[in-house]
Design a protein around this ligand. Structure first.
Ligand SMILES: [Zn+2]
Length: 280
C-alpha cells in the first residue's frame, strides 16, 4: 500500500480496499535516503493499526540496493540501507522485512552469494531479534540472484540463523518466471517438493500473490492481476489451499489500477475457499 501523506495512510488505504493485512515501503523504494522517522510518525502508524484492525505485516527494502555487489562503495551503501530498513521496521513494530538478493554482476554465483550472506548477517545484527528478515525468491532478470532455490539455500546455510530471524518470502510471479511450474497439481507439488528439499517449507513466512505477464521461464518480472496472466486461477487455488501454507500471510503486489485491489482480493478469497477436492 502506498505511503503518500504518511505511513499511517497505507493502513487507511488498506481498509478501503478490504485488506486484512498490508505490506509497505517505509520510504520511497526509488531513493536511498529517507527522512528520519519521528516519534509522531511511529505513534500515528501504531494507532492506525489499532483503529483499522489491520496489521502491517511486512516492509520491503528499496529497489536500489545490491547486497551482493562486488563494488565496495555500492556494497557498503547497500548494507547501510538494509540496516536502516531493519531499524525503521523495528521501530514501527513491523514483523517482517522482505529483501531481494541483489545481482552478481560479472562475479560467479558462489562469490556473490558469499557477499550476500555477509550482508544478511550484518542486517540481522542491526536489530535485537525483530523484525524477521525474509529472502524473496526472484524472477532472475539479468544477473539477479534468488531465482534458484539453491541460492536461497546457500544463504540460509551460510548465515545459519534460526527461522524466527531469517525466513523466506515466495512470490508466485517470480517463481513462475524463474521457471518453476505452479499451474497443475503435478507441477505445483514438484515445485514445492524442490523448495522443501532445499530451504524447507517451514522457512516460508510470507507469500506475494501475483500473476505473471510473461510466460514460464521468461525470467522477466512483470506482475499481473490474479487470473489474468500466464499463471491463471488454478495456480492460485493450489497455492492458497495447500494445507502446509495455511498459516502464511498473503499480500498482493499487482498493478495499482482503479478498483483492482478489491477485485484481486475477491478472486483470491474465493480461490482460497475452494474445496481442495476440486483442485485435482
Ligand atoms: Zn514480490
Amino acid at each position: 500500500m502506498p505511503i503518500a501523506g504518511g505511513l499511517h495512510n497505507a493502513l487507511y488505504r488498506g481498509r478501503e480496499a478490504g485488506c486484512d493485512i498490508i505490506q509497505i515501503f517505509t520510504k520511497s523504494p526509488q531513493q536511498w535516503k529517507a527522512r528520519e522517522l519521528t516519534d509522531d510518525d511511529i505513534e500515528q502508524f501504531l494507532a492506525a493499526q489499532v483503529e483499522t484492525g489491520i496489521p502491517c505485516v511486512a516492509s520491503h527494502d528499496t529497489y536500489l540496493i545490491n547486497p551482493a555487489a562486488a563494488d565496495p562503495a555500492l556494497l557498503a551503501r547497500s548494507r547501510a540501507a538494509l540496516r536502516e530498513e531493519m531499524r525503521r521496521s523495528a521501530r514501527l513494530q513491523i514483523p517482517f522485512v522482505v529483501m531481494h538478493l541483489g545481482a552478481r554482476g560479472d562475479a560467479p554465483d558462489q562469490e556473490a552469494l558469499g557477499r550476500l550472506a555477509e550482508s544478511v548477517r550484518d542486517a540481522l545484527n542491526a536489530v535485537d531479534g525483530t523484525p524477521t528478515l525474509l529472502l524473496e525468491t526472484t524472477a532472475g532478470q539479468g544477473t539477479t540472484l534468488g531465482w534458484r532455490f539453491e541460492h536461497l539455500q546457500a544463504v540460509l546455510e551460510a548465515v545459519a540463523a534460526p527461522s524466527e530471524r531469517l525466513g523466506v518470502c515466495i512470490d508466485s510471479c517470480h517463481l513462475f518466471a524463474a521457471g518453476y511450474e505452479l499451474r497443475d497439481p503435478e507441477g505445483y507439488y514438484g515445485t514445492m517438493d524442490a523448495l522443501d528439499a532445499t530451504m524447507g517449507l517451514a522457512r516460508i513466512r510470507l507469500i506475494h500473490a501475483n500473476d505473471s505477464q510473461r510466460e514460464r521461464g521468461s525470467r522477466v518480472d512483470r506482475h499481473m492481476h490474479i487470473g489474468q496472466g500466464y499463471l491463471g486461477q488454478k495456480a492460485f487455488r493450489l497455492l492458497l489451499t495447500d494445507p502446509r501454507l495455511q498459516h502464511v500471510p498473503v499480500v498482493l503486489e499487482t498493478p495499482k489500477e482503479g478498483d483492482m485491489d478489491r477485485v484481486n482480493l475477491a478472486v483470491l478469497r474465493e480461490l482460497a475457499q475452494t474445496d481442495r477436492e476440486t483442485t485435482a
